[in-house]
Design a protein around this ligand. Structure first.
Ligand code: 5AD
Ligand code: SF4
Length: 452
């Protein structure tokens, strides 16, 4: 067995798990291939959050049948949330799958992957201590899961079922992981959790997310930017917001899903928050950090959502003017209270109409807010190059495209915003002629900018 391929669906926590497993396989001497048909080992990391996400994974697993059956030495594993939701269903439908590996516990996942490798590979030492240079370069933006599982009980959500109760990763382990990714070339780190503001609450004394942000920011040399997602709005505290304001490496960005603008629906969703309280959270953030950007998740067509409830959702969007938003149509999930109690009564056409109206309004507002950025200056962390342009995000999470040499990938580059698009910005890299003191901002890169 020589080559592997990992296909990842779903959220960034899945990406983080895939990255750790990738590093383990590289450390065992396997090489990664972009084309799964050339691989000896294929891992599919799956998502169950909505039906559509599951269907994408199922369709890919189906495609691998001929590949797996053509050679008995090949191995195929299905990991992550579908593996937890319905292992028997996977076994029945795809009997050629070699292993089904739920995503609750990363060490257990690694062990299960090792168990399907040939013995000579699986026995090599691997879990700790292999040098950073062995695992290839890290992505420019590294993902680190700091809390797994979710103790909330939102009635629509399958995550508590597939990922279990919350378990926080000890701070030292988080720092080690961040340091490792930064050594491998990551400049920005996203700390991840389904409900990240519960981080460290299970310990006595607690060691909360704001404590973790301070620790990571001060203990990892070379780290340029730090972000955290996803925050439940009911758990946003003044102490946290002030930490985001006061720790320079932490990006002033909050992803706080509100899901619905109707108190009746929020109660059915068991969100444990009212619309008024959501506004107070937004006010707390904006009054403490005027430049903060706020994004959200919204569900339309939840059981019992009337036209009036939906208007409430439109009103929240109008009043908060989000910097970004993900809009979803309600998808009934197995094992959830909402599906058990209410099924899926809102007709698909109504869901679609609401979705389109909401999506278009969100898009227009994001565009208007993007236009307000034209003429401002910021720093983009360059993630890659596409179609002759570099791309990356500003601290406020706005995707930005500009011209520059590929050597800038992985660096923070000061830019001026030139124009706005629906979901992104166009910019120009700043030269030494602008008001920003460039040589101070990016020691050592003066020449490159002049050359551009
Ligand atoms: N149907 C639709 N959207 C859902 N989400 C979670 N569960 C469902 C569901 N059953 C959305 C929520 C959550 C985001 C990750 O996915 O908005 O914040
Ligand atoms: Fe999908 Fe949620 Fe699982 Fe992430 S945790 S893969 S979003 S179901």
């Amino acid at each position: 067995m020589q080559t592997f391929h990992i296909r990842t669906f779903g959220c960034q926590m899945n990406e983080a798990d895939s990255q750790e497993i990738r590093e383990m396989l590289l450390s065992l001497g396997l090489t990664e291939t972009e084309n799964w048909e050339n691989a000896d080992l294929v891992l599919v990391n799956t998502c169950s959050v909505r039906k559509k996400a599951e269907e994408k994974a199922f369709s890919f697993i189906g495609e691998t049948r001929a590949w797996r059956e053509a050679d008995s030495g090949r191995r195929l594993a299905v990991m992550g949330c579908i593996a937890a939701r319905d292992p028997d269903g996977i076994r029945r439908r795809f009997e050629f799958v070699d292993a089904i590996i739920p995503g609750k516990d990363l060490d257990a996942m690694k062990k299960s992957v090792r168990d399907i490798l040939p013995e000579d590979l699986a026995l090599l030492p691997h879990l700790s201590g292999y040098p950073a240079s062995n695992h290839g370069s890290s992505p420019v933006v590294g993902m680190v899961s700091v809390i797994r599982g979710c103790n909330n009980a939102c009635s629509f959500c399958i995550v508590p079922y597939v990922r279990g109760r919350e378990v926080s990763v000890p701070p030292e382990k988080v720092v080690d992981r961040v340091a490792r990714l930064v050594e491998g070339g990551s400049a920005e780190i996203y700390l991840l959790g389904q409900s990240i503001l519960d981080y460290g609450k299970e310990w006595t004394p607690p060691f909360l997310l704001e404590d973790l942000l301070a620790k990571v920011a001060s203990e990892v040399p070379g780290l340029r930017r730090l972000r955290f997602i996803t925050s439940h709005p009911k758990d946003v505290t003044r102490r946290l917001v002030e930490a985001v304001r006061d720790i320079p490496l932490v990006a002033p960005y909050f992803h706080i899903p509100f899901q619905s603008g109707s108190d009746k629906i929020l109660e059915r969703m068991r969100r444990d928050i009212t619309v008024q309280q959501y506004y107070e959270t937004v006010d707390l953030i904006r009054s403490t950090i005027p430049s903060a950007s706020i994004s959200t998740d919204i569900i339309v067509g939840f059981p019992g959502e009337t036209d009036e409830d939906f208007e409430g959702t439109m009103e929240v969007v109008e009043r908060v003017r989000f910097d970004g938003a993900f809009v979803f149509k309600y998808s009934p999930r197995e094992h959830t209270l909402a599906r058990l109690k209410w099924g899926d009564p809102v007709p698909p056409t109504v869901k679609s109409q609401r979705f389109i109206r909401l999506y278009n309004r969100v898009k227009d507002i994001v565009f208007e807010k993007n236009r307000e950025k034209v003429g401002t200056i910021g720093e983009v962390l360059v993630e890659g190059a596409r179609d002759g342009m570099l791309y990356g995000r500003l601290a406020d999470y706005r995707m930005t495209h500009f011209r520059g040499p590929p050597e800038w990938i992985g660096q923070l580059i000061p830019v001026r915003i030139e124009s706005a698009q629906n979901w992104s910005l166009r910019a120009v890299a700043l030269s030494e002629h602008t008001s920003i003191n460039f040589s101070e901002a990016r020691p050592g890169n003066h020449q490159e900018v002049i050359a551009s």
